[in-house]
Design a protein around this ligand. Structure first.
Ligand SMILES: Cc1ncc(C[n+]2csc(CCOP(=O)(O)OP(=O)(O)O)c2C)c(N)n1
Length: 327
């Protein structure tokens, strides 16, 4: 059963707005914690909030996602607990991974988040295998691989797309094309100038979508998730988006991109666009949205307090959780 309506009604729009504002406030707080020396840096997803929000709006807790080194937005969109996430960032024992994973390895199996991962491209084969498992078990679960444009020329994407297509696996390949892999421009690194164009070669839909538009992401997500759930196979989605901050934070001088380009994307900010859509359609008032903004700030403040007040793991736990015991 879907957790919310598949229509873009008031509830859906406000749910997406709250998710996206929460992600942004969480990232801002995480940056403050990093600047205070409590974690050694992080990859911020600010600017890219609409992408996982529009996709995860169609997912259930028992659907699965896999992420990247830049995955805070994936985790929050999938419903992970903010306090446990912040504690994980700070290496605390109350974190999602008991403080042993950190920002790049957040996971919560009960929520269907099987892991952020520092290995570029790693979400792709794992999500495909997870979809194979759902298919073999005969469930209608869906699996989503989020990855960046930097992963798309790896062989594993092509192998996974091929298998997913011939076996009609319930998987979404969601590329967040934020134009750069570290400092390498997408135009330089990707032959043919399109990621989505690779899909027809594997007999699956390849969709280019404005990743700054939560409503467009929602529409594309609805179709791709429905297709996967119905057993009709995979979809490749190229969400065109932008990361506002440096690759790994403040130490990136950003010399590889222009002010004009940054201004262009920030003028089309996903949260502002969704806010405009909600107000223009009179789904909610400015006062209603302000109340949601305040709720998001309060949730992040609470998460930061929880994380800062939590203990580090005990030394005796140093070697636990290193290997998983198999029954
Ligand atoms: C297999 C592998 N190669 C290289 C790296 C180093 N690395 C870390 S992030 C990154 C860029 C990834 O760019 P992209 O996939 O576009 O994601 P984005 O950072 O833009 O979100 C690279 C090359 C890595 N972590 N793993």
């Amino acid at each position: 059963m879907a957790t919310r309506s598949s229509e873009l009604n008031k509830d859906t729009l406000l749910w997406m707005y709250e998710k996206m504002v929460t992600i942004r406030r969480f990232e801002e707080q995480a940056r403050r914690e990093a600047d205070a020396g409590k974690l050694r840096g992080m990859h911020s997803s600010i600017g890219q909030e609409a992408v996982p929000t529009g996709i995860c709006a169609h997912l259930r807790d028992d659907d699965y996602i896999l992420g990247t080194h830049r995955s805070h937005h994936h985790c929050i969109a999938k419903g992970l607990d903010l306090s446990e996430m912040m504690a994980e960032l700070l290496g605390k024992s109350t974190g999602t991974n008991h403080g042993k994973g950190g920002t790049m390895h957040i996971a919560d199996i009960d929520k269907g988040m099987l892991g952020a991962n520092g290995v570029v491209g790693s979400s792709i084969p794992v999500a495909t295998g997870v979809a194979l498992s759902a298919s073999v078990r005969g469930t209608d679960q869906v699996s989503v691989a989020f990855f960046g444009d930097g992963a798309t020329s790896q062989g594993v994407l092509h192998e996974s797309m091929n298998l997913a297509s011939i076996w009609k696996l319930p998987v979404l390949f969601v590329c967040e094309n934020n134009r750069y892999a570290e400092a390498t421009p997408f135009e330089y690194a990707v032959a043919g100038g399109s990621i989505a164009n690779r899909a027809p070669g594997y007999d699956m839909p390849g969709i280019v979508v404005d990743g700054q538009s939560a409503t467009d992401m929602f529409e594309v997500g609805r179709e791709a998730v429905a297709r996967a759930r119905a057993g009709d196979g995979p979809t490749l989605i190229e969400a065109q988006t932008y990361r506002y901050q440096g690759h790994f934070g403040a130490d990136d001088p950003l010399g590889y991109r222009t002010q004009e380009e940054e201004d262009y994307y920030e003028a089309r900010d996903c949260i502002e666009q969704l806010k405009g859509h909600i107000l223009d359609g009179e789904y909610a008032s400015e006062t209603d949205l302000n109340a949601i903004d305040e709720k998001c700030v309060a949730a992040v403040v609470e998460a930061a307090k929880f994380a800062n007040d939590s203990p580090f793991p005990d030394d005796a736990e140093l070697t636990t959780d290193v290997y998983v015991s198999y029954p």
